[in-house]
Design a protein around this ligand. Structure first.
Ligand code: C5P
Length: 219
């Protein structure tokens, strides 16, 4: 029985950072499920597949040739780790994530990340849809302002242009789409531990997750 820790939450809640650090501490594998939606979105944008062609977009997802290697994310032989973080790609990812056939297309790909000695999975529906039997489920939240600040810093650090006003609006639109979509809407699993990181450092959030995991790992 391979352990799984799911870390779900809204855009820029700190999931990615916390999940990576927890995986590192435990020596577990890591699934950045948002990257799969971003990769599919990047392909759709590059090939100019319109949002209305749900079937064609799902096909792109189903046939993703993705390899995660440290910080690199390969699509075929091209490292697109940087390209998929662009705001345009994030917005497209959030739109295609509302398409049921796209979510279905990425389902088995995500399950395949569960390997010994364990997995930390970060996303929106890791604890509710993909790994409902996870060993530990965490749902991170943070105020809209705290999240917009984080996204701003992330973008600037990566050399992308960013305007606070636009980011706040994008964040709210993304939250609304994630929470209101018909399939896998963003919500904590019933048995998830909630963690508000508005006033909390990533290091402290990691300690909390590890403490929760220590309580359940032998159950
Ligand atoms: O987490 P990240 O911002 O990289 O995810 C990009 C988009 O993919 C999100 O805005 C969300 O709509 C979607 N997503 C999802 N389910 C997941 C992970 C991401 O719907 N498990």
């Amino acid at each position: 029985n391979i352990p799984v820790i799911t870390i779900d939450g809204p855009t820029a809640s700190g999931k990615g950072t916390v999940a990576h650090l927890v995986a590192e501490r435990l020596g577990f594998h890591m699934l950045d499920s948002g990257a799969l939606y971003r990769l599919t979105a990047l392909q759709a944008l590059r090939r100019e597949v319109p949002l209305t062609d749900e079937h064609a977009i799902a096909k792109l997802g189903e046939h993703l040739e993705v390899t995660f290697k440290g910080d690199a994310i390969y699509l075929g032989t091209e490292n697109v780790a940087h390209a998929i973080r662009a705001e345009e790609v994030g917005n497209m990812a959030s739109k295609i994530a509302a398409l049921p056939t796209v979510r279905q297309a990425l389902y088995s790909l995500q399950l395949a990340f569960r390997k010994t000695p364990g997995l930390v999975a970060d996303g929106r529906d890791m604890g509710t849809v993909i790994f409902p039997g996870a060993t530990l489920k965490v749902f991170l939240t943070a105020s809209t302002e705290a999240r917009a600040q984080r996204r701003y810093k992330q973008l600037i650090d990566k050399g992308f242009p960013a305007k606070m006003e636009d980011l706040l609006a994008d964040l709210q639109a993304r939250d609304a789409r994630d929470m209101n979509r018909a399939v896998a809407p963003l919500a904590p699993a019933q048995d998830a531990h909630l963690l508000d990181t508005s006033q909390m450092s990533a290091a402290d959030a990691v300690e909390q997750v590890l403490a929760w995991y220590a309580q359940v790992r032998h159950k």
